[in-house]
Design a binder for this molecule. Structure first.
Ligand SMILES: [Zn+2]
Ligand SMILES: [Zn+2]
Length: 226
């Protein structure tokens, strides 16, 4: 059985619900996304209580902001890497530094506007990820979580055995970030991002489902990293 993939556009970013034998979710969206989440679950005929696991691709506010609320609705466990857990567990605000010209400019303009206006309700993680792969079989998904640092030091991706990869902010595809699929404009370490992409490609990644924007072929990423 191949997985069904449902996207949830939050306005800022894209979360995903993956349904196979079991159901998991990628990312918790920005703060106050509960209404959009519930509406989308109704549209897709997915019972929120089916969702057993929420994998947070990293700790930035637009990916962990509604994790607590969605956990309360679904009863799902939350997984985050140990290096980003403080963003979830203590509501620490994070926004990786700009690595392109537009990344630097946009961050310096937007950061002061956003920083004091958003608070992400904090909650404890149920599963703290380290650098090793985690198989998702016990959640009814043929795939695994891989450690893919670079955007933040605690970034992870979910790779399905069928080649779809949910890569968080390891790539950006769309405004206000980029005009087309590309490496992210914000990153802790852009070289580490390239290494993480190589790891995903070697592991069988084919189709990229980014945290911002529409899916695209991993072939597009190859020209940025080799
Ligand atoms: Zn991010
Ligand atoms: Zn983001």
């Amino acid at each position: 059985m191949s997985a069904k993939i449902f996207d949830i556009q939050s306005g800022i970013n894209t979360c995903y619900v993956i349904k196979e034998k079991g159901t998991i979710m990628i990312d918790g969206g920005p703060p106050k996304m509960k209404g959009i989440f519930l509406k989308k679950m109704t549209d897709y005929s997915v019972d929120p209580e089916e969702i057993q696991l929420i994998v947070l691709s990293h700790g930035d506010f637009d990916h962990v902001g509604s994790a607590k609320e969605i956990q309360e609705i679904t009863g799902a466990k939350i997984a985050i890497h140990e290096k980003d857990r403080m963003n979830l567990e203590q509501g620490q605000f994070n926004w990786s530094k700009g690595v392109s010209t537009w990344g630097k400019i946009s961050r310096s303009i937007l950061m002061p506007l956003i920083r004091n206006r958003v608070t992400s309700p904090s909650t404890k993680a149920d599963i703290i990820l380290d650098d090793s792969d985690v198989l998702l079989n016990e959640y009814g998904i043929a795939g695994r979580i891989l450690y893919t640092p670079g955007h933040t030091m605690g970034s992870v991706s979910v790779l399905l055995d069928s080649g779809e990869v949910f890569a968080g902010c390891l790539a950006h595809n769309g405004l206000p970030f980029t005009f087309h699929p590309a490496l992210p404009i914000y990153a802790e370490n852009i070289e580490l991002i390239k290494e993480s992409w190589k790891k995903l490609i070697d592991a069988g990644a084919k189709m990229v489902f980014p945290g911002h924007g529409k899916p695209f072929s991993v072939e597009i990423i190859k020209k940025y990293i080799y």
